[in-house]
Design a protein around this ligand. Structure first.
Ligand code: ADP
Length: 502
């Protein structure tokens, strides 16, 4: 049986005093209430005995029992104020002693049971506390707790070991002095927010160690609420993330250096390559016009091959420049209305010869007068890339190029009947350096489709592929169509010279 009313731990004198006081109180009350309790004279003595036992123990209970029997016989059972030899009185006292004794025993059992349970609970509690304390001292993390008002309660020894400060030296917000100057304001703000909102929180900070150096920590705190919803405490941990942070910083620095190098190198290469290409193309044109070409067999051919190589070099430099722009978030696109039909036709015209050499007939089905919204040169770059890929991966087979209006978008498709792309590769080929072919069979960097996707998506369009291995691939590009006359976007100026590097 569970008793909810916990018995007090009384000293002996108080317990016996209770054993005397309760029967005296019962007799006094019974005298006052004699008309009521006259028929059952022991009525108030039974609870007096039970309480005296439960509150004071078996000894005081027995004292209360004996005293109650005496007082009752003397004052409440006729003949009053005397111990008469009546057998009725003796029988009543005997019954009271038996019943009272039994109740005394039950009450003392309840009391002992309570104390046994209480002691066992306390032992288990102490054991659990010890277990937690050992755990907190064993883990590498620093652990602290503070009460609902934010006052520090507990800090494990790792905090003292790392900071070299005692609990008192860190109390009252003095731990703030150990924060790195740059982390003080955000950390204090985080702590203030947690206290105001009564929530947990997380952040990173640098903390001064006893060796005079700062290390990076991840601080994480959770709030604990009592059953009534009141905020009881915060439990926080500090995890050393210094090595991780340093390697992240080093990595970020390396990436930054790479991007700067890429950007500077490609910028520096762009001008001489463009100039060389211009000169070689000019020389080639001049050679073809002079009669000297007939006297110098092979020269015109070599100049043409050089022009093609420099052109490829130019394309590579352009790709490097694009990669560096995307990596540094500096890919800027114009947003103008332009003649997409014209762009598609001119790209096809520029690549007709190369496609022809690869044995690819280009079937063109282009709707007239499609005006799109975007960066003309960049869109032409994308069409060029898709067409070059169709020639590269579909050599010897026809290519179909289509342009149509679909609702409010322009839909451009480039379909080949080449090697195709396995379903599991179709998403990843739009990621940087991802390729679905071996470098042994096909040259390339795996950057073209990534750059294309960046350009198309930055302009509000979409690019996707449908393909079956060995049957071919169809790349579709959706571009925003230019609106009506209310379109605020300016009309495209005269197009720059073809082949210019940007
Ligand atoms: P690259 O062609 O230089 O490798 P891309 O980014 O243009 O780079 O293409 C990424 C990969 O996608 C290619 O390596 C190839 O595996 C696949 N791919 C692209 N276009 C086609 C196509 N038309 N047919 C088959 N595979 C293609």
């Amino acid at each position: 049986m569970r008793v909810r009313l916990p018995p007090p731990q009384l000293d002996l004198a108080r317990a016996y005093a209770l054993g005397v006081a309760l029967p005296l109180a019962a007799v006094a009350l019974s005298m006052v209430l004699r008309p009521l309790v006259g028929a059952v004279p022991f009525a108030l003595f039974v609870p007096a005995v039970v309480f005296a036992t439960y509150l004071g123990g078996l000894g005081p209970g027995l004292v209360a029992l004996g005293l109650s029997a005496t007082l009752c016989a003397y004052a409440l059972i006729p003949p009053y104020d005397a111990f008469g030899p009546s057998s009725a009185e003796a029988a009543a006292v005997a019954v009271f002693l038996v019943v009272g004794g039994a109740l005394c025993w039950v009450a003392s059992q309840l009391r002992d049971g309570y104390f046994e349970r209480h002691t066992a609970r306390e032992a288990a509690h102490r054991e659990l506390q010890e277990w937690f304390r050992t755990l907190l001292e064993t883990i590498p993390q620093m652990v602290w707790t503070s009460d609902g008002s934010g006052r520090a309660e507990f800090q494990n020894s790792q905090i003292r070991d790392y900071t070299g400060k005692s609990d008192a030296e860190l109390a009252g917000g003095r731990w703030r002095r150990l924060l790195h100057r740059d982390d003080r304001a955000p950390t204090v703000a985080l702590w203030r927010r947690m206290r105001e909102q009564g929530t947990g929180g997380e952040g990173t900070l640098r903390l001064l160690g006893r060796d005079g150096r700062y290390r990076w920590f991840l601080v994480r705190a959770v709030h604990v609420r009592a059953v009534d919803g009141r905020l009881r405490q915060w439990i926080g941990t500090l995890t050393d993330i210094h090595a991780q942070k340093e390697s992240e910083d080093a990595k970020a620095e390396a990436v930054r250096a790479r991007d700067v190098f890429l950007s500077v190198a490609s910028h520096e290469l762009k001008t001489p390559v463009a100039a060389a290409l211009l000169q070689i193309q000019k020389a080639h044109r001049m050679l073809r016009r002079t009669e000297a070409a007939a006297d110098l067999p092979g020269i015109a051919q070599r100049v043409a091959a050089s022009a093609a190589s420099v052109e490829r070099l130019g394309a590579l430099v352009g790709t490097l420049l694009d990669v560096s722009r995307i990596a540094t978030g500096k890919l800027t696109l114009e947003r103008r209305r332009f003649d997409l039909t014209g762009s598609v036709t001119s790209v096809v015209a520029r690549h007709a010869e190369a496609a022809d050499r690869a044995g690819c007939a280009i079937e063109v089905d282009v709707a007239p007068g499609v005006t799109a919204l975007g960066d003309r040169l960049r869109i032409e770059q994308v069409i060029t890339n898709l067409l070059s890929n169709a020639v590269k991966y579909g050599a010897g087979r026809p290519i179909a190029l289509g342009l149509a209006r679909r609702n409010d978008v322009a839909l451009l498709t480039v379909a080949d009947r080449g090697i195709g792309i396995a379903p599991e590769d179709q998403a990843r080929i739009f990621q940087p350096f991802e390729r679905a072919v071996s470098a042994h069979h096909y040259g390339g960097l795996g950057l073209g489709l990534w750059i294309a996707r960046e350009i198309i998506e930055a302009g509000g369009g979409a690019i996707r592929v449908q393909s079956h291995p060995r049957e071919g691939s169809t790349f579709s590009v959706e571009l925003p169509l230019a609106g009506g006359s209310s379109d605020p976007v300016p009309r495209e100026a005269a197009p720059p010279a073809d082949g210019a590097l940007r």
